[in-house]
Write a protein that binds this ligand. Structure first.
Ligand code: COA
Length: 259
């Protein structure tokens, strides 16, 4: 492969190559999973001989943005491509705070760019046990989208209305209400090898368990993944539902309340 690397804006034409790259890195994303992130943000590809050898996406959510899908072809690592991709993807996205979930591979790159670890993301997956349908959980209506976006904003500090609109189209949103108003929500959608439950926003761990339990019962896939934070305290319960811990990542932030 040529040593001459060029950079280009990520476009729909790069989706197939990007998918090969993430599969080679052992990531479960489908083309549709790439497409969801691509349509919500912007990105950069590194090209060698016209072939995509690196990717980085930036997804703005109001005052917060996520950096994600930072991948360099295994044969091209350690020569500054990851750094250059990340710098270019983040350039021009003016936000107060950047967030990402780091793998062990990515940690040095992010630490050197001023990202600070804020917690752990725990990944659970497997074939869940049958659930008794919990009380008080129902499917969201289209008119709930604004209230769900508002709940999500309060929980995450990010303006993820556009994401939630897409999740309603590509997946299913469940809510718990107080009166008519949603006070917790969770999403079920296809992702990777099966279904994924997330985001989950709830007032308490018990409410989160009811939302997740409902969606486990609704999933048509035998294989399910749920990502949660260590701080949420749901890991033992998820494991007891048949969803084994299989690793995770490190939540990192730059800027915002961290200064
Ligand atoms: C993470 C990844 C994108 C890094 O790509 P890369 O092209 O090898 O990264 P770079 O060569 O730009 O190195 C980035 C920085 O990390 C440093 N670094 C890399 N590995 C290191 C290590 N083991 N210890 C200390 N520093 C390290 C480099 O010196 C470089 O520092 P610099 O910017 O000051 O020069 C690549 O390893 C990868 O694709 N991994 C698999 C997918 C993945 O896990 N992605 C991260 C998702 S969060």
């Amino acid at each position: 492969m040529s040593d001459t690397i060029t950079f280009d804006a990520f476009s729909a034409a790069h989706l197939d190559d990007a998918l090969h790259l993430s599969q080679a890195a052992g990531w479960p994303h489908r083309r549709e999973d790439w497409h969801l992130l691509f349509r919500l943000g912007r990105g950069v590809v590194a090209l060698a001989d016209g072939k995509v050898v690196g990717t980085a996406l930036a997804t703005p959510f109001g005052a917060v943005a996520m950096a994600n899908m930072i991948i360099v072809d295994a044969g091209m690592r350690g020569r500054g491509l990851g750094r250059r991709l990340m710098t270019q993807a983040m350039a021009g996205v003016e936000v107060a705070e950047w967030r990402l979930t780091a793998t062990d591979d990515g940690l040095p790159l992010y630490q050197k760019r001023g990202f600070v670890a804020t917690g752990r993301v725990l990944q659970h997956q497997g074939v869940p046990l049958a659930q008794t349908q919990p009380d008080g959980v129902e499917w969201a209506d289209a008119v709930d989208i604004e209230a769900i976006a508002s709940l999500d904003r309060q929980a995450t500090g990010a303006e993820r209305g556009a994401l939630i609109v897409r999740l309603k189209i590509e997946g299913q949103l469940a809510v718990i209400r107080r009166g008519a108003d949603p006070v917790g929500y969770a999403c079920l959608r296809r992702f990777g090898r099966g279904d994924l439950i997330g985001p989950v926003v709830a007032e308490t761990a018990e409410m989160a368990q009811r939302l997740i339990g409902f969606l486990i019962g609704q999933s048509q896939c035998s294989f399910l993944r749920v990502d949660t934070t260590e701080a949420a305290g749901l890991a033992p319960w998820l494991t007891a539902q048949g969803l084994a811990p299989v690793g995770g990542g490190i939540s990192m932030r730059r800027g915002g309340s961290l200064g």
